[in-house]
Design a protein around this ligand. Structure first.
Ligand code: URP
Ligand code: ZN
Ligand code: ZN
Length: 470
């Protein structure tokens, strides 16, 4: 099937111009002015932006966590992503205690089978090197396109690893060409603070934030940076929420160290005021790192504008308010940690980043598509509009007004962190490898169309390919 996208404003991380895009055999075949060519489908993009499909490098679909399982499975989560203009994401495989990495990968592949609406890759979250996965097995993962290792420095007694596991994994990454990712919060200290808060009778959601102070994030970020430098491994700090964590990343990058960081949409818009809401409403804002003081919003906008932080993800980890968050009604430490966001990242960053004059349109594309593609071994097959790249394209209408609401969303979750926010600018048509996924506010394609993408090693390019590796 061929598609001609006529007269749109093509915006990449570097360019901004009006042209036609011709798509054939799932890839971008031609870009030019007033192309004289026949196509099976023509999309009039006059007055609209033609953007590369966004890439979300941080999601948790169908993941057991906090005594329950995230509410969005691969089908509902990826459907929400498609409506939001995201055409590829990298999800976290979590190694269960005692599991080999192969077993963990098999589990995650089984959850995705037949359900994929967009393309996806996997990171491997290492939780146990003592009994199950070995360093030797870890070293083989990049051969299967799993080219990033994630370590949790928090969630004591669950996903948290000690510094030995962290450092040994970094040593493996230094030799295999994998990128190390860290959830940087000091889990031991948080555990003490949580116990002290509960002993003092503090059970409400606000104490989730008060027991995870910015210093705990700053300390862990700095520790991970120093250890990664020692091991010679590249490092990516996920979900940076505050100045205390931005500063060590900025310092490392100024020294030319191989350190990158992301923040997530929610950290620009949520604060301690939200988690302090009465009647357990604050539980909707229980995620980690927690909401912070509002003074951090400007710190984060500045960091993404200046490339101290290089990507904006969603950390979509959705739990129902009614039935899942309520597990912690009487004890904030039992509220499953995580929030939704997969559907609204592009709308929110366009509205409050680009339209508000905080970042340029090119920078938005870089933060949501091109940088994640480059950092996670997907570029130039994905993350840009170029001849030969996968035809993952968002025709974005900069004049379309949408009021964000849980009622209208495609995720299964029963709330939205940005409820009631009106944005001007939203995806109109979304294509995955030239197949129309979303048009006229309908999902047009069927689950099964998405593919697994074997990612290139850190720093290497992923060449455009006709057939994806299954
Ligand atoms: O609260 C969060 N962020 N839940 C998802 C797991 C993680 O830490 O990324
Ligand atoms: Zn995390
Ligand atoms: Zn996460």
């Amino acid at each position: 099937m061929s598609v001609l996208i006529r007269g749109g404003r093509i915006v990449t991380a570097a360019d901004d111009y009006v042209a036609d895009v011709f798509v054939e055999d799932e890839r971008i075949a031609l870009i030019g002015e007033s192309l004289d060519i026949q196509a099976d489908k023509v999309i009039d993009a006059a007055g609209k932006y033609v953007l590369p499909g966004c890439i979300d490098p941080h999601t948790h679909l169908d993941m057991p966590f906090g005594g329950t399982v995230t509410i969005d499975d691969v089908e509902s989560g990826q459907t929400a992503a498609a409506f939001g203009g995201t055409t590829c994401h990298v999800d976290f495989v979590i190694q269960g205690k005692g599991q080999t990495f192969a077993q963990a990968l098999d589990d995650w592949r089984a959850k995705a089978a037949g359900k994929q609406v967009i393309d996806m890759g996997y990171h491997m979250a290492v939780t146990d090197l003592a009994d199950g996965g070995t360093l030797e097995e870890l070293a083989t993962l990049p051969d299967q396109g799993v080219t990033s290792y994630k370590l949790f420095m928090a969630y004591k007694g669950a996903l948290m690893v000690d510094d030995e596991t962290l450092y040994r994994t970094m040593e493996v990454a230094a030799t295999t060409g994998a990128l190390v990712m860290v959830h940087a919060e000091n889990g031991d200290v948080i555990d003490v603070l949580v116990k002290e808060a509960l002993a003092a009778g503090h059970t409400e959601p606000l104490y989730h934030a008060l027991t995870r102070p910015p210093e705990a994030e700053g300390e862990a970020t700095n520790r991970a940076i120093q250890l990664a430098h020692l091991a010679g491994a590249p490092l990516y700090v996920v979900h940076v929420s505050c100045k205390e964590s931005v500063e060590p990343i900025a310092a490392a990058r100024e020294k030319g160290w191989d350190v990158w960081g992301e923040t997530c949409t929610q950290y620009f818009f949520t604060s301690l005021d939200d988690i302090a809401k009465p009647d357990f409403e604050g539980a909707k804002y229980v995620f980690s790192p927690p909401v912070r003081d509002k003074s951090n919003w400007d710190v984060l906008w500045n960091a993404v504008r200046t490339d101290t932080l290089s990507a904006i993800s969603t950390d979509h980890c959705a739990f129902l308010f009614d039935g899942q968050k309520t597990l912690g009604k009487d004890d904030f430490s039992k509220i499953p940690n995580g929030g939704p966001g997969l559907e609204n990242r592009l709308q929110m960053i366009h509205e409050f980043g680009v339209r508000a004059g905080r970042i340029s349109l090119n920078r938005m594309v870089e933060l949501l598509a091109t940088s994640p593609a480059k950092l996670f071994g997907l570029y130039p097959r994905k993350g840009t509009i170029a001849i030969g790249s996968d035809a993952d394209i968002v025709v974005f209408d900069p004049g379309k007004q949408v009021t964000i609401s849980a009622k209208a969303q495609h995720s299964k979750v029963d709330y939205n962190l940005f409820e009631g926010t009106t944005v001007t600018g939203s995806p109109d048509v979304v294509l995955l490898r030239g197949h129309v996924l979303v048009e006229n506010d309908e999902l047009v394609a069927s689950p099964g169309i998405g593919q697994y993408v074997a990612r290139a090693r850190f720093g290497q390019e992923l060449k455009p390919a006709r057939t994806a590796v299954a």
